[in-house]
Design a binder for this molecule. Sequence first.
Ligand code: ADP
Ligand code: MG
Length: 255
Amino acid sequence: MGSDTILEAVDITVRFGGVVALDAVSFRVATGAIHAIIGPNGAGKSTCFNAMTGVSPIASGQVRLDGERLDRLPGRRIVARGVARTFQNVVLPESLTVADALRVGRHHRTRAGLLATALGLPSARSERRADDAMVRDLAQLLGLADRLDDPASSLPLGLRKKAEIARALCAEPRLLLLDEPVAGLNDAESQELGDKIRECRERFGLTVLLVEHDMELVMRVSDHVTVLQSGCVIADDRPEGVQRDPAVISAYLGA
Ligand code: ADP
Ligand code: MG
């Protein structure tokens, strides 16, 4: 595997009882790319994310990050390797403030530990300051700076989607997985969030794997697109190539 590949799925199969959600799916994600995974409902896109983040065990195949296997690691170890994700249905903890919800993204990085925090030791205090600075920076970047003290549950959908991305970025990932980041947003909000995703990629040197139904967004922001249908890869190409691929056209027209 070349050093230009950050993530590789090799023949991954995921079953739920008799349902084969992913059937020997293989693709590569280039370092620094925005790589979209598209396909009709039920194609296996979210399952693919779940297989890569330790949420759904795979029956066979491998997931490799920088050549090292991720597929047998628990989710928290995958986060520690530099992979963060958002979920299709926003899961910000409702009872927290926006700032606390973002801070949740840093938990795995906290070295001082609960005891040091409880005792107010200097190591815990300096970590807390670093966490606060990062939360403020990301809130600023994503337009949440004046909402940090509000309850997370009070945010309108557009801001909740941004807060969910900010929470994932708080983990300082190298690879960010976004599951339908613009679902439910209007055209202007989608366009703005697409620009933010690109800006985050540049700013943090991220690789982004994106599941999205909004084709306009996919074609505008992606460098590469993998198309799934019924758990199989039916196309894997640059956006221009995918757009005119007959198998993709027929999958979307239901032909
Ligand atoms: P997509 O995100 O592309 O819409 P999913 O990955 O959610 O598709 O689902 C792929 C297939 O796997 C579908 O047939 C779906 O019903 C099935 N599936 C997904 N998650 C589960 C689960 N937890 N239990 C049973 N079947 C599931
Ligand atoms: Mg899905």
